[in-house]
Write a protein that binds this ligand. Structure first.
Ligand SMILES: [Fe+2]
Ligand SMILES: [Fe+2]
Ligand SMILES: [Fe+2]
Length: 433
């Protein structure tokens, strides 16, 4: 069975880039929160493996808000922590629900659940003081520092405002010991300069002794399913789209002789093909009518980010091409890379056909799902226009009942919520570097 030895450095970079995806692709919130956590952890003498769990939790801490650009902007409001009327706990609880039975990330779930709990116990969990996990208390300070940084230019002259705010709230919002650690480490100029240095991310990841981790196929699939849930939640109109594309792509790949390992990778590629949608505002993805030209351009950027994110893992190079080239066309007029026909791999062509089929066979807000005759005539028309590969389309149409069954199953799953197809559990083996 497929197993890959991945560098957790690359994996964590990939995950934070995904969760920090902003409309212009430049978000850094999870990453900078982790950098601050590391400084604080050093003061508190937290060492590995505890340190790795803390930093992984920091890098994933707002995963519960990842599906909504609007929610991410809302929780980035510096005043939110003091205005308890505004709910700041939903995304923390959501993060816990997403991760607590993940075979790879379950160790981060509890810290994420409590990362907005106040030291004085004024929160829904009822926990106060030392009852709140230490990792959560550290992430809260780091998080509230991070969201204030973008307002500070140049940073060295203005950082005292943040230090004063954090100190004022010690004992009410923040753990006094964590605040002391923050005050000590933030006395150094390098603390602030690291946070605004775009190049520091690489050094930060490299300095961490993450070792190498061997992931079995089920672990990879579990991670891909987790992220496919985040992707599909970006719009209620496509609640199980990633799952359907993945299943249909696997059916097609099996027709074309892909081996068992390749089928596993194709399943993962299908689940992640729209990963870059996390960069598109939900108001656009949820728009019930046709998009205007500027909205269409924002949607078109999604496969660019799918590719750039997956490409960060060199073990995923082929998978990145399969996943991200699904809007490329044989005539070279696809997007965003305009890949020529000669370079479009079979896996990428399969994904393009699977994606179009699923989109046509799904109900959409502006039209009902299409029947076989309508759908096959559109797809064959695209073959005639030299957009997609005829052999793959005919293979799909020949197995229409099987492919349509995937759509029907997805519709059932969507009724009950996406968690139903959450991964089976298997263990990953950790080996030191
Ligand atoms: Fe948060
Ligand atoms: Fe945050
Ligand atoms: Fe797409």
């Amino acid at each position: 069975m497929l197993a890959l030895t991945l560098s957790p450095v690359n994996l964590m970079q990939t995950l934070t880039m995904t969760l920090d995806l902003a409309v212009d692709g430049t978000g850094v919130h999870q990453l900078r929160t982790a950098i601050i956590c590391r400084y604080i952890a050093e003061e508190l003498e937290i060492r590995s493996p505890e340190l790795q769990i803390l930093l992984a939790s920091a890098m994933l801490h707002d995963i519960g808000a990842a599906s909504s650009q609007e929610e991410r902007e809302r929780i980035a409001n510096p005043e939110l922590e003091t205005l308890l009327a505004e709910n700041i706990y939903n995304h923390a609880e959501e993060g816990y629900q997403l991760l607590h039975d993940s075979p790879v990330f379950y160790g981060c779930a509890t810290a994420i659940r409590h990362h907005h709990d106040h030291w004085d116990g004024n929160n829904p969990s009822g926990l106060a003081g030392d009852q709140i996990p230490l990792h959560s208390r550290i992430i809260l300070v780091a998080d509230r520092v991070e969201i204030r940084i973008s307002e500070l230019r140049p940073i060295l002259g203005k950082s005292s405002v943040v230090r004063e705010y954090i100190q004022e709230e010690a004992g009410r919002i923040f753990d006094p010991d964590v605040v002391d650690a923050f005050i000590t480490c933030s006395e150094k100029e390098c603390f602030w300069l690291d946070l605004v240095n775009p190049d520091h991310a690489n050094a930060f990841h490299r300095e961490m002794d993450w070792g190498r981790t061997r992931f079995h196929a089920d672990d990879l699939l579990a991670m891909a399913r987790l992220f496919s849930i985040l992707i599909d939640r970006t719009s209620r109109f496509t609640a199980t789209h990633s799952r359907s594309v993945s299943e249909v792509a696997v059916i097609l790949a099996s027709h074309f002789g892909f081996c068992e390992d390749e089928l596993y990778l194709m399943r993962i590629a299908g689940l992640l093909h729209d990963l870059g949608k996390l960069s598109v505002p939900n108001a656009i993805l949820e728009k019930p009518g046709p998009l205007d030209p500027s909205e269409r351009l924002l949607v078109r950027q999604h496969t660019y980010y799918t590719y750039r994110i997956l490409q960060k893992m060199k073990e995923f190079n082929q998978l990145a091409r399969w996943a991200a080239w699904h809007h490329e066309t044989l005539d070279g007029n696809g997007y965003p890379f305009h890949i020529p026909e000669s370079a479009l791999t079979l896996g990428s062509r399969i994904m393009a056909v699977a994606d179009i089929f699923v989109a046509l066979a799904e109900n959409r807000p502006y039209r009902k799902k299409l029947d076989f005759d309508r759908l096959s005539s559109i797809m064959r028309g695209m073959v005639n226009n030299h957009k997609i590969t005829g052999l793959i389309v005919e293979s799909l149409l020949a197995s229409y009942p099987e492919a349509n069954q995937v759509i029907l199953e997805s519709e059932e799953l969507a009724k009950d919520g996406c968690h139903l197809y959450y991964p089976s559990i298997s263990s990953s083996v950790h080996t030191p570097a």
